[in-house]
Every structure is written in structure tokens, then in C-alpha cells.
Design a protein around this ligand. Structure first.
Ligand code: PNS
Length: 159
């Protein structure tokens, strides 16, 4: 069985992430969507909230597991039996950071390969941080997140 790990902060999951999950499922039999726990970084949503929003956004699909992890991504990937890390690429600006991470992960464990997929053309400007900002300032986020995520964001910002 070929499994990929799709790691990220997912604070919160956006339509860009959902697009990569769908693309990933066309290539990998099993996908583990893994929310990274950064001990020194608090996000808008707690880890359990992020996991719940991912579950609601992707619906029930036996090919998808949603989880969280702390520590090195390559160690986590090995633990769950995934030899591939899936990452989405939006624009050239993503490249440098992704290139650095992929090579650091390769340095740490050369048996874990990083696979990049391009997000859909209409989604290259969507990021969790911009979605949070737009939601906070009362802008329309309907096309940027799943409806349950939109409700959760509006509740966070009392809108
Ligand atoms: O959605 P993000 O914030 O761009 O995701 C970044 C993430 C979670 C993939 C990255 O921070 C990560 O892999 N964290 C785990 C810690 C780790 O393995 N660090 C060393 C390799 S760069």
C-alpha cells in the first residue's frame, strides 16, 4: 500500500489544502493529513479544533487519516509507514522554503521522498494566514474555506 503524509499547520484548512488532498488521492492509495504541533507557536485554532475542521472539510473517506504529530516529520512519516511527504506548491515564492525543507528532510532520512503538487490555478493566492486576516476584517471567505471552517472562523472573530 502506498501512503503519503500531507503535513502542515492547517490553521485552518483552506480550499488550497483540500485541492492538494484530492490531487494526492489520485496518486496515493492512503493519505495521512498530519497537523504539526509546534510547542512554541500558538495558532488561532487548537490542534484538536484543526483536526475536527479537516475531518469536516474532507468528509468520510477511508483513504484519509487525520492525525497530529510532534517532533521531526521524517520520524513521524516512518512511524506511520509513509515513504512520501506530499506538499503543495502555489507560486515561485513557496519554492525556496520548500526546497530547503525537502533537502533538510532528505539529509535527515534519505528514504523519505518529498513529492510536490501544484495547487489548482485559481487557488495559488490562498493561504491560511491570509484567510485568517480576511475573516478577521470581515471579508468574504466563502470560496476560500469549507463552510464549516467559515463558521468556525467567524465564531473566533465574533462575526
Ligand atoms: O503548513 P506549514 O506551516 O507550511 O507546514 C510546515 C511543516 C509542518 C511541514 C514543517 O514545519 C514541518 O515539517 N515541521 C516538523 C518539524 C521538522 O521535521 N523540522 C525539520 C525539517 S524542516
Amino acid at each position: 500500500m502506498n501512503r503519503a503524509v500531507y503535513p502542515g499547520s492547517f490553521d485552518p484548512i483552506t480550499t488550497g489544502h483540500i485541492d492538494i488532498i484530492e490531487r494526492g488521492l489520485a496518486v496515493f492509495e492512503q493519505l495521512t493529513v498530519a497537523v504539526a504541533i509546534h510547542p512554541d507557536k500558538t495558532g488561532l485554532f487548537g490542534i484538536e479544533e484543526r483536526i475536527e475542521l479537516i475531518h469536516k472539510a474532507v468528509g468520510h473517506d477511508s483513504r484519509i487519516t487525520v492525525d497530529s504529530f510532534e517532533g521531526l516529520l521524517v520520524d513521524y512519516s516512518e512511524r506511520v509507514g509513509a515513504s512520501v511527504v506530499l506538499r503543495g506548491l502555489r507560486a515561485v515564492s513557496d519554492f525556496e522554503y520548500e526546497f530547503q525543507m525537502a533537502n533538510m528532510n532528505r539529509h535527515l532520512n534519505s528514504s523519505v521522498e518529498t513529492c510536490f503538487m501544484m495547487t489548482g490555478a485559481g487557488l495559488f493566492y490562498v493561504s491560511s494566514s491570509l484567510v485568517r486576516e480576511v475573516a478577521q476584517l470581515g471579508g468574504n471567505i466563502d470560496d476560500l474555506v469549507h463552510p464549516t471552517t467559515a463558521v468556525a472562523l467567524q465564531a473566533k472573530y465574533n462575526r
